[in-house]
Design a protein around this ligand. Structure first.
Ligand code: GDP
Ligand code: IMO
Ligand code: MG
Length: 421
């Protein structure tokens, strides 16, 4: 029995989809535990590309995909993803926690309204209703998956919630009248389609542990988008860090074996907020083009920069990462020099931790260590020794600085372009 956890150690889009798919071969269950369809996880199998937003990536390998209680679920998106997968010959096995909070139409409208209100201080959210849905969850005004299977309960809850949401929309000057009947009918229809999947997933998963099954927990976003430990307020609204996986599944922390931190060989970020190693020059453009750094969910260009080890050290500490998976190493091919940020300079002093004050983060200047670049990684490399000497040096430095072993090196988007160390 193993329970392994995969999380992003930067600002998301590290290649979690690829790595989760790779590890799924040994799993019985693959579980999403936080976030919602703000995520976009890409899996490339041969020439087939799958882009999943809320369906756990393990379904591509035929494993049971579990949507944990910590997720915020847009039922329409899940139903569409299931239908699209079926059209492509994959019949996903899905379970949804009865406690999963549901993204409602007013959450999506309010996400857009908040952003508009913030103007140039906006977060740059995906406008999928994530923040407003989590806000309702902690304010105890949430609709949960179980409610979609009981028209009476849902109707009563909507009677309480809709007038409040309408007032907020009016304050924001949003010309939208929420129609209770329309919402109730639509969500009861979703409930009818999903009711066979809605269950006590926390019991199913704990029984699976007792029965020696393997579970893979699939993080979304990255530690720097965590609502407590990220670049607050430029974060998402969930607990992205390893601790969030216990909250979001009902699996006790002691049951988790390996915590695999996914680290892109450079840094990217979508949306607003500081990014200390951001490159505004030709190299930044090169990484964006070569790495196809355009959002899987919103198609927005991702901002690019050098690898920031202050960030990854922070992530390793906060999440107790036991192993690293380095992705997209091939994107650094053909550069004369490559750089790694090891410290920041703030008000004339060097610091090696990530500040809480966002104004301080904006002032942090990266201190770099420079490395000789390499020509081209052979896409058929199967072991560490096959990599160019310079790339080996780059990786050894990362491992030494982070005091955490590298278990996986990804040198391309496909399953086979993966080196186990
Ligand atoms: P996620 O959100 O962490 O799952 O990452 P995304 O799927 O949003 O973005 C990662 C992108 O990089 C996807 O298009 C992947 O197919 C691609 N990718 C993953 N690993 C590698 C790699 O090692 N090399 C290259 N070139 N692309 C990769
Ligand atoms: P995956 O799982 C990258 C970013 C948004 C925005 C901030 C808040 O594919 O790595 P939200 O809609 O969550 O309220 O937006 O978080 N963001 C992501 N950036 N990858 C993601 O997911 C992200 N999910 C949210 O761009 O800056
Ligand atoms: Mg993504």
């Amino acid at each position: 029995m193993t329970v392994n956890l995969v999380i992003g150690a930067q600002w998301g889009d590290e290649g979690k989809g690829k790595v989760v798919d790779y590890f799924s071969k040994d799993a019985d269950y693959v579980v999403r535990f936080q976030g919602g369809n703000n995520a976009g996880h890409t899996i490339k199998v041969g020439d087939e590309i799958y882009k999943l937003h809320v369906t756990p990536s393990g379904v591509i390998q035929g494993k049971t995909g579990v949507i944990g209680n910590g997720v915020v679920l847009d039922p329409e998106i899940l139903i569409n993803e299931i239908n699209n997968l079926k059209k492509r010959g994959i019949k996903p096995k899905i379970l949804i926690s009865d406690r999963t909070n549901i993204i409602m139409p007013y959450h999506k409208i309010l996400d857009g309204a908040d952003e508009k209100y913030l103007g140039d201080k906006k977060i740059g959210t995906t406008k999928r209703g994530i923040g407003p849905c989590y806000s309702d969850k902690v304010a105890r005004k949430g609709i949960r998956a179980i409610d979609l299977t009981d028209k009476n309960t849902l109707s009563k809850k909507l009677d309480e919630i809709i007038p409040i949401k309408q007032r907020i929309l009016d304050v924001y000057n949003i010309d939208k009248k929420l129609d209770k009947k329309e919402i109730l009918d639509a969500y009861i229809r979703y409930g009818e389609k999903l009711k066979d999947f809605v269950t006590t997933t926390h019991i199913e998963l704990n029984n699976a542990i007792k029965n020696n099954k393997n579970i893979l927990l699939e993080g979304a976003q990255g530690v720097m988008l965590d609502v407590d430990y990220g670049t607050y307020p430029y974060t998402t609204s969930s607990h992205v860090i390893a601790g969030g996986s216990s909250i979001g599944t009902g699996i006790g922390p002691k049951n988790i074996n390996d915590i695999i931190g996914i680290v892109k060989a450079y840094t990217t970020r979508v949306g607003e907020g500081p990014l200390p190693t951001e490159l505004f020059d030709k190299t930044g453009e090169y990484l964006q083009q070569k790495g196809h750094e355009f959002g899987t969910t919103t198609s927005r260009p991702r901002r690019c920069g050098w690898l920031d080890l202050v960030v990854v050290k922070h992530s390793c500490m906060i999440s107790g990462i036991t192993k690293l998976a380095i992705t997209k190493l091939d994107v650094l091919d053909n550069l004369e020099t490559v750089k790694i940020c090891t410290k920041y300079e703030l008000r004339g002093k060097e610091i090696d931790y990530f500040p809480a004050n966002i104004e301080d983060v904006k002032k942090c200047k990266p201190v770099y260590k420079e490395f000789k670049g390499w020509n081209k990684i052979n896409g058929n490399s199967t072991k560490f020794a096959d990599l160019p000497k310079e790339a080996q040096e780059y990786l050894k430095f990362i491992e030494k600085e982070l005091k955490t072993p590298i278990a996986i090196i990804s040198i391309g988007p496909r399953r086979k372009e993966t080196i186990e160390v």
